[in-house]
Design a protein around this ligand. Structure first.
Ligand SMILES: [Zn+2]
Length: 136
């Protein structure tokens, strides 16, 4: 059995091509990522071409995080299918999705299961009690 994870690799150019004219989302997404609001981002252990991630709510950090899904089944950004549970997420280009795309660009991702994501959120909630995170 081959256990080597074939993680999808994306380039910065791909992300910019995907965003197209949504430059504001790029700026906001990067701010979210730099503020540490992306938690538990990884490769779906069931579907290897899917990236799953959680992103804290900008206006309510302690609320249930937004759930981001990025399907990279296509080699070209036009074929990516991204969704987010926030209001703007239906368009596929909200700041949470961009933050996760940038996270993927910058990090080597591990495989995650649904349970791992729940645990990531659980650990984040513990952190809130110790640190005082600021909204972006
Ligand atoms: Zn969103």
């Amino acid at each position: 059995m081959n256990n080597i994870l074939t993680m999808p690799i994306i380039s910065l150019c791909d992300i910019i091509e995907y965003i197209n004219d949504g430059k504001r989302c790029l700026k906001e997404g990067e701010a979210l990522l730099n503020a540490g609001h992306v938690i538990g981002c990884g490769v779906n252990n069931q579907i290897k071409t899917e990236i799953v991630g959680l992103c804290l709510q900008t206006s309510n950090l302690k609320g249930a995080p937004h759930s981001v899904k990025i399907h990279l089944q296509s080699a070209t950004p036009k074929g990516w299918i991204c969704t987010c549970s926030c209001k703007a997420g239906a368009g596929g280009k909200c700041k949470h999705i961009i933050a996760c795309l940038l996270y993927l660009y910058r990090n080597y991702l591990d495989e995650l299961s649904c349970t791992d994501l729940e645990q990531a959120w659980g650990q984040q909630k513990k952190k809130f009690r110790i640190e005082n995170m600021q909204p972006v």
